[in-house]
Design a protein around this ligand. Structure first.
Ligand code: FES
Length: 181
């Protein structure tokens, strides 16, 4: 009798252990599915922006590979002013069709805070330690060591494909206008 009870307890223990192990595997699988990027994101890893959708002077934050991407269409006045006063910074803008755009990773190059755009002064302020960037996201006040990074891009008609390295992006890298992201 005692042996039978022990045998039953052993069986129950094994069965419960099996359920627990299965439950654990199921939970791990569910967690992995949650952490893994969607198959389409994993396969592609790029974001396509239709540049005709943006309005002058209005900052839009897009997303690419989990990072915030600032897109700011510049007015003709701003472009003319930059050409006159800061021709080097003008090289940071991406020209798509007739428009000039600031497109950059919206993470401060100091310690990674998200700077805020100030339309009234046409610049970016990082509130964490007071770093500042001009309208092209070039740094104007330390502590950030450099301007906001420009993500890899390829111009495709009126569209900008983030994640692909077109000739304009490669030239920016060569000229030291941005760091690889
Ligand atoms: S994180 Fe932006 S200034 Fe420090």
């Amino acid at each position: 009798m005692a042996t039978n009870n022990k045998g039953r307890r052993d069986f129950m223990g094994m069965a419960l252990g099996g359920f627990t192990a299965l439950g654990g595997i199921g939970a791990l699988y569910a967690m992995k599915r949650t952490w893994d990027p969607l198959p389409s994101v994993k396969a592609a890893g790029f974001t396509t922006l239709n540049m005709k959708d943006y309005k002058e002077g209005e900052l839009v934050t897009e997303k690419w590979r989990g990072k915030p991407i600032f897109v700011l269409k510049q007015s003709a006045d701003t472009v003319a002013k930059l050409a006159k006063e800061k021709p080097d910074d003008l090289k940071r803008l991406i020209k798509v069709g007739d428009g000039h755009y600031t497109v950059c990773v919206g993470l401060c190059t100091h310690l990674g805070c998200i700077p805020g755009f100030r339309p009234e002064t046409n610049d970016f302020l990082c509130a964490c330690h007071g770093g500042m960037y001009d309208v092209t996201a070039e740094v104007t006040k330390a502590p950030p060591p450099r301007g906001l990074d420009i993500p890899p891009f390829k111009i495709d008609g009126d569209k900008l494909v983030l994640g692909e390295e077109g000739p304009e992006y490669k030239k920016m890298l060569e000229d030291g206008i941005t760091m690889p992201v």
